[in-house]
Design a binder for this molecule. Structure first.
Ligand SMILES: CC(C)(COP(=O)(O)OP(=O)(O)OC[C@H]1O[C@@H](n2cnc3c(N)ncnc32)[C@H](O)[C@@H]1OP(=O)(O)O)[C@@H](O)C(=O)NCCC(=O)NCCS
Length: 199
C-alpha cells in the first residue's frame, strides 16, 4: 500500500487535469514549494468560508503546518491549481485520534474502523464556489483514500450545522448524517468499490 512519503516523492498517481466550468485545473498533491500560494489561498477566503473552514488560525502558520507535514505523519493534502494560484484544497487525514471522530461516531452507535476510515475536509476559494470545483476534487480524493486502503470517509471535525451549502453538497455526493455535536453535524460516506454504482 502507498505511503504519504512515497506519494511526496512521486505525486503522479494522484495528478490529473480536470475541466471546471470550462477552465482547466490541475489536481495534485500539495508541493513543498507552495507555502506562499497556500498562505494566499487561506488569506483570500471570505469571513464565512474561513469560519466554516478553520476559524481564526494565522494564515502563514496554517500553511506552514501543511507544508511541514508533506510526506509525513498521516496527512495528504490535495490542491486544485489554476495559473499558479490555488483554487481549492482537500484535506485528508488517515488517523483517528481518540476524543474526536472515532469517539463521536461510537457514541452514535456507528463505530468506525480506523484501518478503513479517512477524514476529509474540502475548501474552495470564494471566486470558485458554485462552479463544480469541490465536485471535481472528489474523484482524486477518493482515489487517494483507496490508495491508502480506505473505503469510509468522515468529515474532519464534522460540518457546521449552519453550513447548508456544504451539507447539501455532501448529501448530493452520497454522505449521510449520523449524528450531531455542539453546532456541527457528522456525516459519513461509504466509497463504492471499483465497478460498483455510486450510492
Ligand atoms: C462547501 C464547498 C466545499 C462546496 O464547494 P463548491 O466548489 O462550491 O461545490 P460545487 O460547485 O461542486 O457544488 C456547489 C453548487 O454549485 C453547483 N454547480 C456545480 N457545478 C456548477 C457549474 N459548472 N456552474 C454553476 N454551478 C455549478 C452545484 O450544483 C451546487 O449547487 P447547490 O449549492 O445548489 O447544491 C465550498 O462552498 C466551500 O469551500 N465552502 C467554504 C469552506 C467549507 O465550508 N468547507 C466545508 C467544511 S465541512
Amino acid at each position: 500500500m502507498l505511503t504519504p512519503a512515497e506519494l511526496a516523492r512521486d505525486p503522479s498517481p494522484l495528478t490529473r487535469r480536470v475541466t471546471v466550468d470550462g477552465v482547466e485545473v490541475v489536481v495534485r498533491a500539495l508541493r513543498p514549494d507552495e507555502g506562499d500560494a497556500l498562505t494566499a489561498f487561506v488569506a483570500g477566503l471570505s469571513g464565512t468560508s474561513r469560519r466554516f473552514w478553520h476559524g481564526d488560525t494565522d494564515d502563514a502558520a496554517a500553511a506552514g503546518d501543511w507544508i511541514e507535514a508533506i510526506g509525513r505523519y498521516d496527512k495528504l493534502r490535495l490542491v486544485a491549481e489554476h495559473g499558479g494560484h490555488l483554487a481549492g484544497v482537500a484535506d485528508l487525514s488517515f488517523s483517528l485520534p481518540d476524543g474526536y471522530e472515532i469517539t463521536r461516531y461510537a457514541s452514535y452507535g456507528h463505530p468506525l474502523d480506523p484501518a478503513r476510515t479517512v477524514r476529509f475536509g474540502p475548501c474552495v476559494a470564494d471566486a470558485w464556489q458554485g462552479r463544480g470545483l469541490a465536485a471535481a476534487l472528489l474523484p482524486p480524493a477518493w482515489d487517494a483514500a483507496r490508495l491508502f486502503g480506505r473505503d469510509r470517509v468522515v468529515l474532519f471535525g464534522g460540518v457546521h450545522a449552519a453550513n447548508q451549502r456544504a451539507r447539501r453538497f455532501y448529501r448530493r455526493h452520497g454522505f449521510v448524517e449520523v449524528g450531531a455535536f455542539d453546532d456541527c453535524v457528522d456525516m459519513v460516506l461509504r466509497l463504492p468499490s471499483e465497478g460498483e454504482a455510486q450510492p
